[in-house]
Design a protein around this ligand. Structure first.
Ligand code: UD1
Length: 343
């Protein structure tokens, strides 16, 4: 693992894995800022990673290539039976390729997700990782179907979503909170932040909304605003704060009137927490959340955000992301699978 959402997923999964296996963790160093990495380990009481590769930020090819080289070295020494990877980041792909080249079994948590837009690095990472994986842990029925459409039917397990497990853990630590009068905003995708004109249009629109917004700002987004000399104090209706810890973000989502984001994970968290979400993207890999207006996609017509925030909500599916025991299922299924000779 290496990026923020993977640390969150690892908290419940590592707890279950440790019941059955000797677990060694590789942190690629894709995220290295304290507020994008270390804080999650501390807050979620996780063991320090056994291997810290410190790869850092590069072009995608260099970043993935360096990770592949370094992960292979660890695998050659440690000789694991299974390599488990999460989600769709460059760290996921590097881990999966390194393991596949060495003939090691691969477990992919969050298998089968598709946004059907191959321009995005995450979509390529998902597809390639699924196609080399041995155990495919699919969170939703749609993800099982997506794998089937690509001819992957063996060892596909519908198990619910480990982020529900993480949220249940977080809610216990947070306790009850009351809803406030603000929106929560998170933005970090290159197509929303790399063009300063687009980023400004989004901020202008959010600044005009009926309620103020709280915006924990990803380093990528902050750098873009600084480079372009944007004075953020003019956005009087937007409170910019540093990236939050996981518990802080869950608490903010519980308090917010609604969530405006381009993150895959935050869309899902908002749904689990029963919050309306506006997603500033052309597509989503979590299409099920669009039913009943719980999640609403907006890309070009930003002026629609205000309207979309008022649409009626219906058809909430409480069981969409499983029963909160996905991590337990995953650990048991791997244990079961590796003792069978046909895998
Ligand atoms: C990555 C994942 C994305 C995931 C996100 C979660 C890929 C292709 N993208 O996107 O799927 O949703 O993590 O946050 O793997 N930076 C820092 N400090 C850090 C890390 C990054 O300042 O600790 C800055 C650097 O300028 C870097 C940029 O953010 O170049 C982008 O970081 P990177 O890890 O490449 O992608 P993310 O946008 O974080």
């Amino acid at each position: 693992m290496g990026a923020r959402p993977q640390f969150i997923k690892h908290a419940p999964v590592s707890k279950e894995l440790k019941k059955h296996f000797v677990l060694k963790t590789i942190h690629t160093g894709q995220h290295y800022d304290f507020r994008l990495s270390e804080i999650f380990f501390k807050e979620l009481n996780m063991d320090e990673p056994d291997f810290l590769l410190k790869i850092g930020s590069h072009t995608h090819g260099i970043q993935t290539g360096l990770m592949l080289m370094e992960i292979e070295k660890v695998l050659l020494i440690e000789k694991p039976k299974v390599v488990l990877v999460y989600g769709d980041t460059n760290s996921t792909l590097a881990g999966a390729i390194a393991a596949s080249k060495l003939g090691i079994l691969i477990a992919h948590v969050e298998a089968g997700l598709r946004g059907f837009n191959r321009d995005l690095p995450e979509e390529i990472n998902r597809i390639l990782t699924d196609h080399v994986s041995t155990f495919l842990f699919a969170p939703t029925k749609n993800s099982v179907q997506n794998l089937k459409n690509e001819g992957i039917v063996e060892n596909v397990f519908l198990c619910g979503d480990v982020m529900l497990d993480s949220i249940l853990l977080a809610k216990k630590l947070i306790g009850n909170v009351e809803e406030g009068n603000f929106y929560l905003v998170t933005l970090h995708r290159p197509y929303n932040t790399d063009s300063i004109e687009r980023l400004i249009s989004i901020l202008d629109t959010i600044n005009e909304l009926h309620f103020p917004s709280v915006f924990p700002i990803h380093p990528r987004t902050r750098v873009k605003l600084e480079e372009n000399g944007i004075d953020i104090s003019k956005y009087f209706n937007v409170k910019f704060v540093p990236p939050t810890s996981y518990l802080e973000l869950v608490r903010l989502q519980m308090q917010a009137k609604a969530v405006i984001t381009d993150s895959g994970g935050v869309q899902k968290e908002a749904y689990i927490l029963g919050k309306r979400c506006i997603t500033l993207r052309k597509e989503t890999e979590w299409g099920e959340t669009l039913i009943g207006n719980w999640n609403y996609l907006i890309f070009n017509n930003l002026e629609m955000i205000g309207e979309a925030l008022k649409l009626p909500l219906s058809h909430y599916n409480r069981g969409l992301f499983g029963d909160g025991k996905a991590s337990q299922f995953i650990a048991n299924r791997i244990l079961n699978g590796i003792s069978r000779s046909d895998i």
